[in-house]
Design a protein around this ligand. Structure first.
Ligand code: ASP
Length: 606
């Protein structure tokens, strides 16, 4: 018999018993070796079946299901069992027996045995459910979010969150093995909005002043490097008050990492090791390291994205044509300094006429000048071929490496936006032509992001990663001279077209940091007011340092093959940033507002 606190053998490993005051084993524990034991189980009624008088109750808890037999011969048990309903919480004491050969259930770990109930106690009843817990019934998401406690009781979601728990366990183990210190940073911090909007928290004891919730622990983790912790990590909630998109939440979790005395390569090696370990331990998939690396420029030029999906074999190439091609569209594009770019669709893939017409229409609407179709037969073929001189035709064949049976889609334009439109086309073609292996996990790095980008709305430069990111050494003298050409020591980790992590090597000299603040349009006073503490810290011996942060939710989403980020978060917000279960955000009492010295100008709609 199992007793709380004892150990018993399950399979070959010794694990702590799940016995407690209310049970001697979990609903997933019993096997044929337990035959003859009298045990007590507690759990939820998953299903009840009436087999000619005998009632079979599937008893469920987090660990599994056990079949409980309630025989009319035991009148007390039977009279209670008759009235049981789905999701009632019960406790059963009974005898473990082997199931008859023909009624064993191979899909259930406990499928060889059943428990014949000797005593049955109802611990709690359940109202009629808004949706079924068992089975795979599709349920409206608002209803699921309102009754999240029931939704979380369903097997699919419960498995995902349990996997998330395993993932965070492995992450902690990995970092502790590599001598990282897990350090918590404040949730109430100073507001220094840049990029996203801050969530603000009024301070009662400091009337009229506000904390912000961290968009990330960026400044704290850098300061921990100044303090000499050398290697920091944290699994941490971050908050950004942005308009929500399908895969965004106002609060989300990062695996946050910072290291001292390192360069880009060192951080990337640590990140690769983490990913390889996670995929090995959780999914039994070997991910080869090191990952492929490409520059931001190549990512944009060849793939039209800063997070290209490399499972898709199509690439965007630019071709050089003679100044005179015979075709007006090309000639004027060339004279205007535009690129002639194309996507070669290798044989045997073919694009139907209808699909092509549809693409032309939609991509013109998206801003592409046009989309010219070529097909390679024994010679180059297509609606504009008749205009082209021989030299240009040959340049197209050679430039795109066309072989018999290939299709080519060609356009003209210039700039990042143009390439991004072509990148979207590339992705769509990959899907239409079924070129992407959905079972593949392809990681790669995108390095050398631009340091700054021009913000048309604000008419100033903004940091592309964040303002603590170091420029590349060779670009230092372009700062303030040719800002758009300055590359950063910034990198993103991309998996199948998703950015799963992003980081940078940091500035650690106060004078360089001040210079960047200035380029971002921050006055000396403002920089001092917002980040004086960081600039001060840098004056006391800051080591070279850098880091990275993984989006944990997105990573778990990919690892659990979920289609929604809400399926890997226990209590997510909906797309209006509301929690339907508890009704947050909500009105608060006037008294609370008065205590905080706050008056709202918003008049609630009653
Ligand atoms: N703090 C950065 C972010 O949240 C990541 C980093 O640079 O480490 O994107």
């Amino acid at each position: 018999m199992f007793k709380p606190g004892f150990f018993y053998f399950k399979k070959v490993t010794m694990i702590p018993t799940l016995a407690t005051t209310h049970r001697m084993a979990s609903c997933g524990d019993l096997r044929n070796i337990d035959e003859g034991k009298t045990i007590r189980l507690s759990g939820w009624v998953a299903r009840i079946r009436d087999h000619g008088g005998v009632l079979f109750v599937d008893l469920r808890d987090r660990f599994g299901k056990t079949q409980v037999v309630c025989d009319p011969a035991n009148e007390t048990v039977y009279s209670i069992a008759k009235n049981l309903r789905s999701e009632w919480v019960i406790s059963v004491t009974g005898k473990v027996r082997l199931r008859p050969e023909n009624s064993r259930n191979e899909n259930l770990e406990t499928g060889e045995i059943e428990v014949v109930a000797l005593e049955l106690t109802v611990l709690n009843q359940s109202q009629v459910l808004p949706f079924q817990i068992e089975g795979t019934e599709e349920v409206n998401e608002d209803l699921r979010l309102k009754y999240r406690y029931l939704d979380l009781r369903r097997e699919g979601l419960q498995q995902k969150l349990l996997l998330r728990s395993r993932i965070t366990h492995i992450i902690r183990d990995y970092f502790h093995r590599h001598q990282f210190a897990e350090i918590e940073t404040p949730v109430l911090m100073k507001s220094t909005p840049e990029g996203a909007r801050d969530f603000l928290v009024p301070s009662r004891v400091n009337a009229g002043k506000f904390f912000a919730l961290p968009q990330s622990p960026q400044t704290y983790k850098q300061i921990l490097m100044v303090s000499g912790f050398d290697r920091y990590f944290q699994i941490v909630k971050c908050f950004r008050d942005e308009d929500l998109r399908a895969d965004r939440q106002p609060e989300f979790t990062q695996i946050d990492i910072e290291m001292a005395f390192i360069d880009q390569q060192d951080i990337q090696t640590v990140a690769e090791g983490l990913v390889a370990r996670l995929f090995h331990d959780v999914m039994n998939i070997e991910i080869p390291v090191p990952f492929q690396r490409m520059t931001y420029d190549i990512a944009i030029n060849r793939y039209g994205s800063d997070k290209p999906d490399l499972r898709n074999p199509l690439i965007i190439s630019d071709v050089t044509l003679p100044a005179e091609t015979g075709f007006k569209v090309f000639d004027s594009a060339i004279s205007e300094g535009k690129l002639i770019s194309g996507i070669r669709i290798p044989s045997p893939s073919v694009l139907s006429r209808n699909t092509y017409d549809d693409l032309v229409e939609r991509y013109k609407a998206a801003g592409l000048a046009g989309l010219i179709l070529f097909r390679m037969g024994s010679q180059l073929d297509g609606p504009v071929v008749k205009f082209l001189n021989d030299e240009s035709k040959q340049a197209i064949i050679d430039g795109f490496g066309l072989k018999e049976g290939d299709t080519l889609l060609l356009s003209t334009g210039v700039g990042t936006k143009y390439k991004i439109i072509l990148g979207n086309l590339r992705l769509e073609l990959g899907k239409i032509l079924n070129l992407v292996d959905e079972n593949q996990y392809l990681f790669h790095w995108v390095n050398d992001f631009p340091l700054l980008e021009w913000d048309e709305e604000e008419k100033r430069y903004v940091a592309m990663h964040h303002m603590f990111t170091s420029p590349r050494d060779e670009d230092m003298d372009k700062l303030g001279v040719d800002n758009s050409a300055v590359r950063a020591k910034a990198y993103d980790l991309v998996l199948n077209g998703n950015e799963v992590a992003g980081g940078s090597i940091r500035i650690y000299k106060p004078e360089v940091q001040s210079k960047i603040f200035e380029l971002l349009g921050m006055s000396v006073e403002e920089a001092k007011e917002k980040f004086g503490f960081l600039l001060d810290a840098f004056k006391f011996g800051a080591p070279p340092h850098g880091g990275i942060a993984f989006g944990l939710d997105r990573l778990v989403m990919i690892m659990t093959q979920s289609t929604s980020i809400r399926d890997v978060i226990a209590f997510p917000k909906n797309s209006n940033a509301q929690s339907l279960m508890d009704g947050a955000p909500s009105d608060v009492a006037d008294k609370q507002l008065r205590e905080l010295y706050i008056k709202t100008t918003h008049i609630p709609v009653k």
